[in-house]
Design a protein around this ligand. Structure first.
Ligand code: BJW
Length: 228
């Protein structure tokens, strides 16, 4: 195995599944019985803001009853102890990685606990309910939307992510189906740079062929021994 100094980890909904948060795709997924286009696009928010605000208000409320699991905790220990470069890029909009203690963290698809004012472009801590259309703490306009990256919008931190991927010696993907770009393409960027690539997932992801190694199983069982 090559010498590893720089690590990039990508996580998806599967890492939070065992904490009790639904994944998106597959049986019991958030997209089951819910058309993605109706809740996770800018057009959906214009067409029916109440439906979209309610969808995210319910998910924000669910954060109060869940806790980080063994996978989040193992990744936080790795972050604390790894002497080289490390970046944990999460597609998740929950706050379980930070509650577990991960510091070198980037939420590329936004955060449920953040609100974005469309009038003054300020991000602030989200009130529990955006369905009530509360005013922006900065400019007082009632123009707050969930600070979530919807389809067709640019994910956050792409420059920082690309740069970390170009330095990476090891790329690890955990609990993501690999169905959504640009995150689904990170493994190819890391491979191009020469990084070792590992996926940990319940089942092979869409980009499984690009990984040097695939470990199939539950994140809470496979991540702790992988990072120790
Ligand atoms: C377990 C487990 C356990 C379960 N243990 N594992 C080609 C190139 C570039 C872009 C596109 C392209 N083609 C199309 C696009 C556009 C589009 C896209 O990708 N569409 C696809 C449907 C094809 N992408 C975009 O629009 C993005 N923006 C963009 O591309 O801007 C332009 C750009 C171009 C180039 C460079 C840079 C920018 C924005 C995407 C925004 C995604 N937003 C969402 C919803 C909002 C958040 C929210 O509501 O919460 O984010 S979609 C949804 O999917 C959510 C997730 O973050 C994302 C990924 O899902 P994830 O995490 O993989 O969950 P699942 O459910 O799919 O999978 C869970 C996995 O876990 C499964 O495999 C299980 O087996 C596993 N699992 N339990 C381990 N215990």
């Amino acid at each position: 195995m090559q010498q590893i100094s720089n690590i990039v980890i990508l996580t998806g909904a599967g890492v939070s599944a065992e904490s009790g948060l639904a994944t998106f795709r597959g049986p019991d997924g958030l997209w089951e019985g819910q058309r993605v286009e109706d809740v996770a696009t800018p057009g959906a928010f214009v067409a029916d803001p109440h439906l979209v605000q309610r969808f995210y208000d319910e998910r924000r409320a669910s954060l109060a009853s869940v806790a980080p699991n063994a996978a989040h905790e193992a990744l936080a220990r790795l972050d604390e102890e790894w002497p080289g470069e490390l970046l944990l890029v999460t597609q998740n909009v929950d706050d379980l990685h930070e509650r577990a203690g991960t510091k070198r963290l980037l939420h590329m698809h936004g955060e449920l606990k953040s609100a974005w004012c469309l009038a003054c472009d300020t991000r602030s801590q989200s009130p529990d309910r955006l369905l009530d259309f509360p005013p922006c703490p900065q400019c007082n306009e009632k123009m707050l939307r969930p600070d979530i990256v919807w389809f067709g919008e640019m994910p956050y931190g792409m420059e920082r992510i690309e740069s970390a991927l170009m330095q990476a010696d090891l790329f690890v993907s955990i609990g993501t189906s690999g169905a959504v770009y640009p995150a689904a393409g990170f493994v190819q960027t890391a491979r191009y740079r020469g990084a070792q690539t590992v996926e940990i997932n319940l089942e092979p992801s869409a980009g499984s062929i690009y990984f040097d190694e695939s470990r199939m199983g539950r994140a809470t069982e496979l991540v702790p021994p992988f990072v120790e």
